[in-house]
Design a protein around this ligand. Structure first.
Ligand SMILES: NC(=O)c1ccc[n+]([C@@H]2O[C@H](COP(=O)([O-])OP(=O)(O)OC[C@H]3O[C@@H](n4cnc5c(N)ncnc54)[C@H](OP(=O)(O)O)[C@@H]3O)[C@@H](O)[C@H]2O)c1
Length: 294
């Protein structure tokens, strides 16, 4: 979607290794962009517990280097962060002003990245998002569909609450924000005094258990030959008959996860009049709207 806003140069891992800060600096100096969008991160939440140095290089040192270079050339930086900067002890939606207290290495290193960007003085938008899924890649939606072809019974965590978002809705919201910051004529972006952290998640809330149930309900309505769905299920029928709610304590993982990570999106709505649909509507779009598939 970014090409809607101007010429885009995108770099994959082979072209730019984010664990190498010198490479980052060289690339930014060579391209001299008006806007830098960093959606890359070390996202293996459990593996990060044993790969802290690499997670820190990609989630903290890389955004720090990007922000420093952005500041030097007057570029705006868009960066994505996470609900895992919070400890999950609240019972009402977290605002951007709530104290952070990450419970795992991934959350800690992502928070370090946020702080480095804020301290750099570069114009920036840090979008904290959560529970993202899509019809490609590795994510909860695709895992549930695959497991539903393999097992009659699924056991899914029911005591973690959040708001699942389709990656396409995050992209659409980002474009809506950025199109308001694009200066007419010269392709540059201006944030004025709007630099800062914004929560950008689906409206509403649910649990992994309820989300899994909703996925399988939607799955019963879709044509099995729909390309993304056929790939997700490997053309096999869904055999899951029962979804059993279990506490997170029955599904131990190396990294602790917050029990409650619903974020308030009010700051984003106030500043940019952008609101994402609620999580259930987004899921329905994914199963029914062909524009959701690459
Ligand atoms: N997924 C979620 O539920 C979630 C929740 C909250 C926040 N976020 C944030 O949203 C953003 C996007 O997350 P995502 O789930 O879309 O991530 P993802 O699917 O894991 O993609 C991460 C990307 O980063 C790239 N990358 C990793 N290490 C790299 C390196 N050393 N050099 C260059 N590229 C590297 C990966 O490249 P390869 O494809 O080559 O591995 C991949 O394209 C991240 O900032 C994440 O922290 C995600």
């Amino acid at each position: 979607m970014l090409p809607q806003l101007g010429e885009v140069k995108s770099l994959d891992r082979q072209q730019l290794d984010l664990s190498n800060a010198d490479e980052i600096r060289r690339a930014i100096r060579a391209f001299h962009p008006n806007l830098i969008v960093n959606a890359a991160a070390y996202t293996a939440v459990d593996k990060a517990e044993s790969e802290e140095a690499l997670a820190r290089a990609i989630n903290a040192a890389a955004p720090a280097a990007i922000a420093e270079e952005a500041k030097k050339i007057g570029a705006c930086l868009v960066h994505y962060s996470t609900d895992y900067v919070f400890d999950g002890s609240k019972t009402s939606p977290y605002t951007e002003d709530d104290p952070t207290n990450p419970q795992n290495v991934y959350g800690k290193t992502k928070l370090e990245g946020e702080i480095a960007i804020q301290e750099s003085g570069a114009p920036h938008l840090i979008f904290r998002t959560a529970w993202i899924y899509a019809t490609e890649g590795r994510n909860f939606l695709l895992t549930i569909l695959r497991l539903a072809t393999q097992r009659e019974e699924l056991r899914i965590v029911c005591d973690q609450t959040g708001a699942p978002a389709a990656s396409r809705e995050i992209a659409k919201a980002t474009i809506k924000v950025l199109s308001q910051c694009l200066m007419p004529g010269n392709g540059a972006f201006s944030l004025g005094d709007l630099s800062g952290v914004y929560h950008m998640t689906a409206a509403g809330k649910t649990t992994w258990f309820e989300f899994a149930k909703a996925i399988l309900e939607e799955a019963r309505t879709i044509e099995a030959s729909t390309p993304w769905f056929a790939a997700a299920t490997n053309n096999l029928p869904l055999i899951a008959r029962r979804i059993i709610p279990i506490p997170a304590s029955e599904y131990p993982t190396p990294a602790r996860r917050p029990a409650f990570s619903v974020l308030s999106n009010e700051r984003l709505a106030r500043a940019f009049s952008v609101r994402l649909p609620d999580w259930h509507t987004q899921l329905h779009f994914v199963f029914t709207d062909p524009s959701f598939h690459p």
